[in-house]
Write a protein that binds this ligand. Structure first.
Ligand code: SAH
Length: 250
């Protein structure tokens, strides 16, 4: 059981996503709990303002530090255990499978969602971890927070119907997932690999491993360095990469 909390100026953005499908069922089964806090509840002025103009000038508004710091301190003091505090920023650590695995082992995670042009630097000092979803800029941290919750929850036991699903997926063994097919076995002249219809599980596993290797070598060769491969497999991917290189020169 993991408890996620979000500090945001849009607390109602989360429920529609988290109440549906796998995330909704996982919550109903008690795999995780979620609570959103409205940052405006920690403002003290009539307009409930959470933002102000940056010192030194420049575009846009920044999130003020006082409501953020007061809110994080108050929320942290609720319950027996302090949360692991995550901020979102394009300047943070790049999010990936291994960061998700580490986070999914925590018991309480507070996700602090930025808006506007970002935050007063003094609030960022409360972060245990700052995460970036990638080299692009979102309008707010809410989508980042939902991505973190979704990707962590599906790693936990009881979240997916089939316990093996998360074990077999892209990144779980350092490779991309193999190609998959479902019915019909033939569509407008396009068939599916014969071996998948054979019922021969050893042959299917071998085909899938090869498919994973090929796709990773072609699309994400950067992942191969950290993947566990046999010598034979290393030679195979090296050959694919050489072939791809030849195509690039054409
Ligand atoms: N001016 C900032 C971007 C602010 S975007 C900059 O150039 O770095 C507003 C908020 O959206 C950020 O505070 C952050 O919480 C969220 N956000 C935007 N892009 C993100 C990304 N790539 N990863 C994680 N959070 C992001």
């Amino acid at each position: 059981m993991i408890r996620f909390e979000a500090l945001t100026v849009f607390p109602d953005m989360f429920e529609p996503y988290l109440s549906r499908s796998i995330m909704g069922r996982a919550k109903a089964r008690g795999v995780y709990t979620f609570e959103a806090y409205d940052l405006r509840d920690w403002t003290h002025d009539r307009h409930r303002s959470v933002d102000d103009a940056p010192f030194g000038g420049g575009q846009g508004m920044l999130m003020k530090c006082e409501p953020l710091i007061e809110a994080i301190e108050d929320i942290s003091s609720l319950g027996d255990e302090k949360p692991h505090v995550v901020f979102f920023s394009p300047c943070g650590q790049r999010y990936d499978h291994s960061v998700a695995v580490d986070l999914s082992r925590k018991s309480r995670v507070l996700l602090v969602c930025g808006r506007y042009e970002g935050m007063d630097e003094r609030a960022l000092e409360l972060a245990d971890q700052t995460i970036s979803m990638g080299d692009y800029v979102l309008t707010g941290g809410e989508l980042a927070a939902l991505s973190v919750i979704d990707s962590c929850v599906r790693l936990l036991p009881g979240a997916l119907g089939d316990e093996m699903s998360a074990v077999d997926e892209s990144f779980s063994c350092g490779l991309l997932e193999y190609a998959q097919y479902t019915r019909p076995a033939e569509y407008k002249g396009k068939g599916v690999p014969e071996v998948l219809l054979s019922g021969n599980h050893a042959a299917i596993d071998a085909w899938r491993r090869k498919s994973s290797l090929e796709r990773t070598a072609r699309w994400r060769p950067d992942l191969l360095e950290g993947a566990k491969l046999s010598e034979e497999e290393r030679a195979y991917v090296a050959q694919i990469i050489r072939q791809e290189g030849c195509h690039d020169d054409e």
